[in-house]
Design a protein around this ligand. Sequence first.
Ligand code: TYD
Ligand code: MG
Length: 460
Amino acid sequence: MAKAKTSFICQNCGAVYTRWQGKCDACGEWNTIVEESQSGGIGGGPSQARRKGRPSALFSLSGETEEAPRIVSGMSELDRVTGGGFVRGSAILVGGDPGIGKSTLLMQAAAALARRGYSIVYVSGEEAVAQVRLRAQRLNAADSNVQLMAETNIEDILATLASNAKPDLVIIDSIQTIWTDIADSAPGTVTQVRAAAQTLIRYAKSSGTAVVLVGHVTKEGQIAGPRVVEHMVDGVIYFEGEGGHHYRILRGVKNRFGATDEIGVFEMGDGGLREVSNPSELFLGERNTQAPGAAVFAGVEGTRPVLVEIQALVAPSNLGTPRRSVLGWDQPRLAMVVAVLEAHCGVRLGQHDIYLNVAGGYRINEPAADLAVAAALVSSLSGIALPADCVYFGEISLSGAVRPVAHAAQRLKEAEKLGFRQAVFPTASAELPRLSGMTSTQIGPLADLVVRVASGLKKT
Ligand code: TYD
Ligand code: MG
């Protein structure tokens, strides 16, 4: 009898080796390589009769629908991130840390969709039907027409789906619990996760059903990460949040049918997730406007302005190498802003510890936050509080200039709407709106900002 072929596969990145080793050369993780059987494989053997297909023209006059057909949930924070609803025949991955609220979000979405008349199947591989039902009751979603299934074998799931009326949307919670007969590794290994995801994606394409795969991400990479699934699916959404904070951010990172820079904001409470339609109010909720070191950044996420407070603490250091601690922003970016302040503005931070924090556990991805960070640093170092009614935005270049950023008008309008009276931003910012009751200070070189902060940021 032929010996079953086995390979050694990294559970973090999916790299394949012929023998075991302690460290994965591809991703650098330790102890992630596991022996998996390769027997069976995916797809038919060579003896199978081949089916002949027929290619079709890219543009045909018969005119199939141009817009991807969407399944709209009516939860606007979710629909915004998916680009206007789930696309029929597509598969997306919803990833996130265990316990962040993925099952809660998808149960609420399933209920919302069912109320709009869509047929939804929720496959739970982690919880029993009774548990899922209990959660749905707590979320006020139990009365809805969502079909529940507690099943982990992919062939059984597809057989069940085929024997019932074709659903509009299938939710698989989670992909790590699903296993297939054709691969004989343990559930949760890369081979199983990849094979199960492939089968489900094929099902989505052939049936026109939208498929949502839930995947846990663990930093240790012990469970086969959904990273291997990311390349296969049409869209990837991450559900993020900081421990100790109640709100959660849904962030699109891949989308074959729409934009990827959108976020959705939710607040986790007793009754599940609540949509937050004005995140700025939430992030600016608990401000201490008298303290030095705090600056409000007027940011934009996708199509929506988001105002957040950036807090800096600059304190003399006892260490040989001063500490630089950043939460919610890029560490290298902070190093750059500090270097520019030192080199071009005469601000000495070399002997100081720096702690930088974005309020509320929010994470900023824009370089436009540079100017607000610089203002917060200078304010903390000098002990002079910035005006409470002022916002900042602008990118800092290595030459010490403050460069214009996109969406200046949108940022200013949002700040005005929320009651801010001053704005500091780069000169040469295009498309400025008329602002009633708001003074703007336009900065060329970063050194100007330092002078103004030191003099209490009075009007020009
Ligand atoms: P869950 O959706 O099970 O997370 P995941 O599927 O991502 O692992 O969410 C679990 C957490 O959410 C748990 O810590 C409790 C909290 N939670 C609430 O605070 N309120 C609620 O109404 C629900 C259902 C959960
Ligand atoms: Mg869950």
